[in-house]
Design a protein around this ligand. Structure first.
Ligand code: NAD
Length: 484
């Protein structure tokens, strides 16, 4: 099946219910990272088109906001069902533009759709409050109201799920949205919005602007006074730029930024479970996941055994085009990502680390990289300090619990952390001591629509998913009635 033949493979942007070209007719090309093959092109838009998308959203807001939560939920539910019905085509679009194995892409569609279903229902549970009397002649109430016109900017590593996680919460709350997908992966967002229209989501409620240069679009989305909220997922560096821009507009921001997740293995852990967990978090999406374990922090007495076991398992992972049967590790997104992995491996080895498996480009060429395990990594290594975003697992050893917690927390990032232990008091102590927004204990695949996703420190602001996720799209209004 060639996804380019599908009616869901859209090559135009979507504004006010219409498929639109850029004003000057400019387009940019998108390539398949596994083959380098040209996939298609989308409009190269800028501030003017973004402004029109914002205006379309503003016009659509009163109609969407004034529907009952149940009416909104029914339309969103239809969208959710259409997404599931088209799961295979949507998954193939992800694999074509992003590279991940098809089985993971199918999982991403299912995961993303679950946020639309979840927030359709959460929208029906947005309650205000009646406050206790402070004075007999008045009544005090709290209303929760949709923020209004919102914006989102999403990354290439989960091109479909990041779109759904943001749009789902916005629409469930009664907000409308203008979204800019990553330039490497616009087709997943465009396919989803096609299905949104078929489901009956009114024109202007969701708008998708595509651009090769994200800066002018980002500037308009943060500085236009009509836009009252921005939700961003991407690097900490770009998140800080957007926060500075949004400050001028006192715009509410949710930021899902970079991570540098530790995975601690204590000597009392179930080693089989720890190796399995490390493998799942490290090599999924070729390590290009913000919650991917970046640092394996293992107690001295078992560090060598753990590293050898992980290397053995990693060397057996099949690397290949995501469409190939059995491929579990796809390509990296682009050449710069390969160079970063090479730099991190070389730096660790220069500082005394030992390469147990992998270590460089895969014989498949292009942007394929070998699943890699490094033992004896030092704390000052680049790979310990920075997010690698690739299939490279560095193993560093620690002496005792305090040392493990110190190493894990010694980063400006605080998104996800994992640890393996069977000692119940330790499980509580360490879970409490880790400075991260999400902690997996004896489990590394922890994300779901029911749980709050987000980070602390330089990993971000706000939470997505769960019953907390809808709050980011609501304003609290206090109403005081006097003269009773
Ligand atoms: P990136 O920050 O370069 O790009 C993310 C998005 O921002 C893209 O759509 C891009 O076009 C846009 N962008 C870039 N510069 C911009 C600007 N000046 N103005 C407006 N928009 C701009 O990040 P990336 O390399 O694509 O993604 C990888 C990073 O994202 C990693 O650090 C990863 O940890 C992080 N991430 C975080 C989460 C999370 O939920 N916390 C999830 C996925 C990825």
């Amino acid at each position: 099946m060639d996804v380019r033949q599908s009616s869901l493979f859209r090559q135009r942007a979507f504004i006010d219910g219409f498929w639109i070209d850029a004003d000057a007719g400019a387009v940019f090309a998108v390539h398949n990272p596994a083959t380098g093959e040209y996939l298609g092109s989308v409009p190269d838009m800028g501030a003017a088109e973004t402004r029109r998308a914002i205006e379309a959203a503003r016009r659509a807001l009163p109609g969407w906001r004034s529907k009952t939560a149940k009416e909104r939920a029914q339309i969103m539910r239809r969208w959710y069902e259409l997404i599931l019905a088209e799961q295979e085509t949507l998954a193939r679009i992800i694999t074509a533009e992003q590279g991940k194995p098809l089985v993971e892409a199918r999982g991403e569609i299912f995961y993303g759709a679950s946020f639309i279903d979840w927030f359709a229902e959460e929208g029906r549970r947005v309650h205000g409050d009646v406050l206790p009397l402070t004075n007999g002649d008045r009544r005090q109430l709290v209303f929760k109201q949709p923020i209004g016109v919102t914006a989102a900017i999403t990354p290439w590593n989960f091109p479909s799920a990041m779109f759904a996680r943001k749009v789902g919460a916005a629409l469930g709350a009664g907000c409308v949205m203008v979204l800019k997908p990553a330039e490497q992966t616009p087709f997943s967002a465009l396919a989803l919005v096609d299905l949104a229209q078929r489901a009956g989501i009114p024109d202007g409620v969701i708008n998708v602007v595509t651009a090769l240069d994200p800066a002018p679009v980002g500037l308009e989305l943060t500085q236009n006074p009509v836009v009252r909220k921005l939700s961003f997922t991407g690097s900490t560096e770009v998140g800080k730029i957007l926060l500075r821009q949004a400050a001028g507009n006192v715009q509410k921001c949710s930021m899902e930024l970079g991570g540098n997740a530790p995975l601690i293995v204590f000597e009392d852990a179930d080693l089989d479970l720890a190796v399995k967990g490390a493998l799942a978090t490290k090599y999924r999406n070729c390590g290009q996941t913000c919650v991917s374990a970046n640092r394996m922090i293992v107690q001295e007495s078992i560090a060598e055994r753990f590293a050898q076991r992980l290397a053995e398992a990693a060397s057996g992972l099949k690397v290949g085009n995501g469409l190939e049967e059995g491929a579990v590790v796809g390509p990296l997104i682009e050449e710069a990502a390969v160079e970063k992995c090479e730099r991190h491996v070389a730096d660790a080895v220069n500082r005394g680390a030992r390469l147990l498996t992998g270590g460089g480009r895969h014989t498949l060429g292009g942007t394929f990289f070998q699943p890699t395990v490094l033992a004896g990594v030092k704390e000052d290594a680049l790979i310990f300090q920075e997010e690698t975003f690739g299939p490279v697992a560095p193993v560093i050893s620690f002496k005792d619990e305090a040392d493990a917690v110190r190493l894990a927390n010694s980063t400006p990032f605080g998104l996800a952390a994992y640890f393996f232990s069977r000692d119940i008091p330790r499980v509580f102590r360490v879970a409490e001591a880790l400075e991260f927004g999400m902690v997996g204990v004896n489990e590394t695949l922890i994300s779901s629509e029911v749980a709050p996703f987000g980070g602390v420190k330089h990993s971000g602001l706000g939470r997505e998913g769960s019953r907390y996720g809808i709050d980011d799209y609501l304003e609290i209004k206090y109403v005081c009635l006097g003269g009773m």
